[in-house]
Design a protein around this ligand. Structure first.
Ligand code: ADP
Ligand code: ZN
Length: 623
């Protein structure tokens, strides 16, 4: 294949020795028109020699923040990254951009090892990916000391903190390595936002305060939607049907459920694969590789899947079960739409999820303090699930950002009905108060709706004035009311004592008639009573990529060409071109090389490699 453009690695410095400015590199090498929020400031700080800790949501474009400075500086940037699959993927993408990069890990062969060593010695290698356990070995440190390292970049930096959700002991050693490397400039990135983790990372990785970048949490291209469970599997099948042929991830809490759903999806004519820790390693790796390499594949996975998966063109993410906190939720749905194109998300939740997570916290939390923190985080997610206003507003508020109603969440799109639920709340809480706050949901509902069970009679609860006061409403509605009272902070769950409910101070205000409470009417029913509304749910789901009818045909041909070139080069399809590039090609239909270069994602190297092939496809399509 013709290769007439200079390699990006050769562009780092002109004859005067000064590097090209970041914007020029962005356009020439990556073919991107603009920085995403936060990127320019971070890159500027790194180029000015500062140590940086940046917290950006998944898909915000963290990699570029250290890759571009690496390219603009002499010497090599060492990237600590926890997963081999992730390193391999990044190296493939950088190579496709014409940037010399390599990964030192157990999976490389001798030839690759020699190539990396040669690049290090000659100073042409710009980025070297290393797993943390490899980094800390004495021979690696010796090697790095002999090389011209200018920056240590740490990906998934929350792994250093026990407060983070993915602690890895090897990460604890990075601070020491940094000292042994003479306190080299260090830049760390993570998507985990909370203050405790942030401070912990700063303390463990840096000896002095790093420059902190926080925010830009909005991902406006992600459509947000959350629904109470009920007939969940059928509704997920409908959701996927509306996204037929698109790449997607569906998270389930149990291994059995991933297999069951993957099978159902395959039966329904989709291509779906399960992924969970119980699969044999070979199968698991093959399924992950298939997801990275192929187009139009759905992975049904436990949360073991996805860390470090930076496939840019995932068009939907769905949760069968509720995640454990807002950080995990946002990280998981954040795997959709990294390319900035529209992507759809749908999360189901129920009180059974809350109970399960609470139990896990109870069993695994190492201190009362940690228990309290994690329970609060869980409650915050449930409150988001049942939020009465724009979800994005609630979500960003959690991360400390203000926003206008987004117009791209289920609540903005469909509106919410609320009603004055003060009397319902008082009924529920008085059932709690009159039974000494010693009972969990189902028993309390038996009291409210007047169900005569052995336990009710044994405790004499059929003689309470509250017995039967709520019989005008079905049990499912009462479950919804308990959930919302919990989300609103009026009641709290005592997990150590069989999940009994307690009335909080805020709850006492409502019980005493000094405050009122509005609850959402629309999420109170689930299951059969919801059928009507579910139909509306289905008609709104639509393919995530919005292409004109005539462009769709060309898009499909371009996709075929991409698949062919990717196969030839042995790389995932998106390494050739991202979806966004194909969408622009299909709608703008460039006919000249200049016009082609103006398309998103077409930098010099990719132009030289693939430009003519795609121009020909467009020309052959006529019009
Ligand atoms: P994360 O923050 O999760 O690590 P990545 O670094 O994987 O995200 O970036 C997500 C996607 O966004 C990638 O496909 C990347 O090419 C793309 N991207 C990054 N920066 C920009 C930009 N300035 N303009 C357009 N696309 C970008
Ligand atoms: Zn909204």
């Amino acid at each position: 294949m013709a290769f007439d453009a200079p390699l990006a690695s050769e562009m780092e410095a002109d004859s005067t020795g000064s590097s090209p400015d970041p914007r020029t590199l962005l356009a020439d090498v990556w073919g991107f028109q603009d920085f995403r929020p936060g990127q320019a400031a971070i890159i500027e700080a790194i180029l000015a020699g500062e140590n940086v800790l940046a917290i950006m949501p998944t898909g915000a474009g963290k990699s570029l923040c250290y890759q571009l400075p690496a390219l603009a500086s002499p010497g090599v940037t060492v990237v600590v990254s926890p997963l081999i699959a992730l390193m391999r993927d990044q190296v493939a993408q950088l190579t496709a951009l014409g940037i010399e990069a390599g990964a030192l890990n157990s999976s490389i062969d001798m030839e690759e090892y020699r190539r990396i060593m040669g690049g290090l010695r000659q100073g042409t290698l710009k980025l070297l990916y290393v797993a943390p356990e490899r980094l800390t070995r004495p021979e690696t440190i010796t090697l790095l000391r002999e090389s011209n390292i200018t920056t240590l970049a740490i990906d998934e930096a929350h792994c250093v903190s026990q407060w983070g959700h993915d602690f890895r002991p090897e990460y604890m050693e990075i601070g020491r390595v940094r000292e042994e490397l003479g306190g080299v400039r260090t830049v760390a990135f993570t998507a985990t936002a909370d203050a405790a983790t942030r401070d912990d990372i700063a303390r463990r990785l840096f000896t002095e305060e790093p420059r902190m970048f926080l925010g830009g949490f909005d991902r406006p291209n992600l459509r947000l939607a959350m629904r109470p469970k009920g007939d969940t599997k059928r509704r997920i099948l409908e959701f996927v049907a509306a996204h037929k042929g698109e790449n997607g991830v569906i998270y389930c809490s149990s291994r059995a459920r991933t297999e069951e759903l993957a099978e159902a999806l395959n039966e329904a004519g989709h291509r779906a694969l399960p992924y969970h820790a119980g699969l044999e390693k070979g199968v698991r790796d093959a399924n992950q590789d298939a997801f990275l390499a192929e187009d139009g594949l759905v992975v049904v996975a436990t949360i073991a899947f996805g860390m470090g998966i930076d496939k840019p063109d995932v068009r939907f993410v769905c949760h069968w079960d509720m995640p454990k906190n807002i950080e995990s939720y946002y990280q998981e749905i954040g795997r959709a739409g990294r390319d900035g194109l529209p992507a759809d998300t749908l999360t189901f939740y129920g009180m059974d999820d809350v109970r399960l997570h609470s139990q896990r916290i109870e069993e695994s939390a190492s201190s009362d303090e940690q228990k309290r923190v994690e329970n609060q985080k869980l409650t915050a997610l449930l409150a988001l699930c049942e939020a009465p206003r724009c979800r994005r507003q609630s979500l960003l508020a959690y991360f400390g950002e203000k926003a206008e109603p987004c117009g791209n969440c289920d609540l903005c799109l469909n509106g919410v009905e609320t009603y004055d639920a003060t009397i319902d709340a008082q009924k529920a809480m008085s059932a709690m108060a009159r039974t000494g706050q010693r009972f969990a949901t189902e028993h309390l509902i038996n009291i409210l709706v007047g169900t005569d069970t052995d336990a009710i009679r044994q405790w004499g609860h059929d003689r309470l004035p509250t017995f039967g006061v709520g019989k005008d409403r079905p049990r499912t509605v009462w479950r919804g009311i308990f959930r919302q009272l919990y989300g609103a902070g009026l009641i709290s769950m005592d997990i150590a004592n069989h999940g009994r409910w307690l009335i909080t101070d805020a709850g006492k205000e409502v019980l005493g008639g000094r405050e009122t409470i509005a609850l959402r009417a629309d999420v109170l029913e689930t299951g059969r009573g919801k059928r009507e509304r579910d139909r509306g749910e289905r008609s709104r789901a639509a393919p995530a990529l919005d292409l004109a009818e005539g462009d769709r045909a060309l898009f499909d041909v371009l996709r075929g060409k991409r698949q062919e070139l990717a196969k030839e080069a042995g790389v995932p399809a998106y390494v050739v071109f991202a979806d966004r590039t194909l969408v622009e090609l299909a709608s703008h239909r460039p006919r000249t090389r200049d016009a082609m270069r103006a398309i998103h994602g077409v930098g010099q190297t990719k132009m030289a490699r693939y430009g003519d092939a795609f121009l020909k496809v467009i020309e052959d399509a006529g019009l």
